[in-house]
Ligand binder design. Structure first.
Ligand SMILES: NC(=O)C1=CN([C@@H]2O[C@H](COP(=O)(O)OP(=O)(O)OC[C@H]3O[C@@H](n4cnc5c(N)ncnc54)[C@H](O)[C@@H]3O)[C@@H](O)[C@H]2O)C=CC1
Ligand SMILES: O=C([O-])CC(=O)C(=O)O
Length: 266
């Protein structure tokens, strides 16, 4: 039985608890949310993981694994202190790692705690192929992200572009993955994940579209290198609870927890 503490109880966290509620090998002991969200989280957790406590921090608990499904601040606030205490962690808010120095800080904390932090693939596939290709040397990685206009609400594109009335696919950003992640933190996790697996934040090229012609979050990757090349297109269905987040992100967390909890890992 894997004893898990989870940070966040939003679209991803709730989806994960729903899918794992009848898995006898995974137990949620603690769910961590900010004070203001505790009442809401308690009502959800009481039906999906009735044995779990809702807290604002991990405290003295020592789970087998701490998983972050919360957002960028949670990395500094909860993951780094847990790693320093030797608790293995998984992270889904990969866009946060575009902040200068944060990847190094995470790595140093895991080393000091003699443990490991796993960065999850989330909404994108082929991270295994890309990071293997890096071993032989990569020439270029180009990522194009395409989402319905409402997924760009409350981002820097909301204002300069009349999102509600777009009639054609419109490029709202073109530049490096570092800049994409800085400007669009909640929509640039995929760009950051591809960068960390591949050519890094400054050399991964990103183009983002608000596209009234799509209903899914479409991720396209083109990579070339010593290994040859690949092209990947993923059409991720957005979660009803948060259109910025693809359902595959939830499934990737469930897969990662299953791989730790079950006898066979794939
Ligand atoms: N790697 C990937 O491919 C993807 C990563 N994400 C990232 O996953 C994260 C969560 O996404 P959603 O569940 O859709 O968001 P959401 O907004 O629905 O839920 C976030 C939850 O985390 C809690 N929270 C926020 N800050 C916190 C903190 N500092 N400490 C503890 N709890 C905190 C909130 O109260 C809420 O319960 C976001 O950062 C998002 O950018 C989302 C989609 C894909
Ligand atoms: O598709 C998703 O779930 C989220 C996404 O694009 C990102 O954060 O890069």
């Amino acid at each position: 039985m894997l004893h898990v503490s989870m940070i966040g109880c939003g679209a991803i966290g709730v989806g994960v608890m729903e899918l794992l509620k009848s898995d006898p090998e995974v137990a949620f002991d603690v769910v961590i949310v900010p004070e203001a969200n505790m009442a809401n989280a308690r009502s959800v957790v009481s039906s999906l993981a009735p044995k779990a406590r809702v807290e604002t921090r991990l405290g003295e608990d020592r789970p087998d694994l701490l998983i972050e499904c919360a957002g960028h601040h949670a990395i500094e606030e909860h993951i780094i202190p847990a790693l320093l205490r030797g608790i293995p962690c998984m992270v889904v808010s990969i866009g946060a790692l575009s902040e200068p120095g944060l990847v190094e800080k995470l790595e140093a904390a895991a080393r000091e705690g003699k443990t490991q932090v796993q960065l999850l693939s989330g909404a994108i596939g082929a991270i295994d192929a890309l990071s293997a290709a890096r071993v032989g040397g990569l020439e270029s990685v180009v990522y194009t992200g395409r989402k319905p206009p409402n997924a760009w609400k409350d981002t820097p594109a909301d204002g300069p572009f009349d999102l509600a009335n777009l009639s054609v696919a419109t490029v709202i950003f073109e530049g490096s993955a570092r800049e994409a992640a800085r400007l669009y933190p909640k929509n640039a996790n995929v760009a950051a994940t591809l960068s960390l697996a591949g050519l890094g934040l400054d050399h991964t090229q990103v183009r983002l579209y608000a596209d009234p012609g799509v209903t899914e979050n479409v991720h396209h990757v083109e990579a070339k290198g010593e290994f040859g090349g690949f092209e990947l297109t993923m059409r991720g269905k957005p979660l009803a609870a948060n259109p910025k987040t693809s359902a595959l992100t939830v499934f990737s967390v469930v897969r990662a927890l299953g791989n730790r909890a079950h006898a066979l890992s794939i």
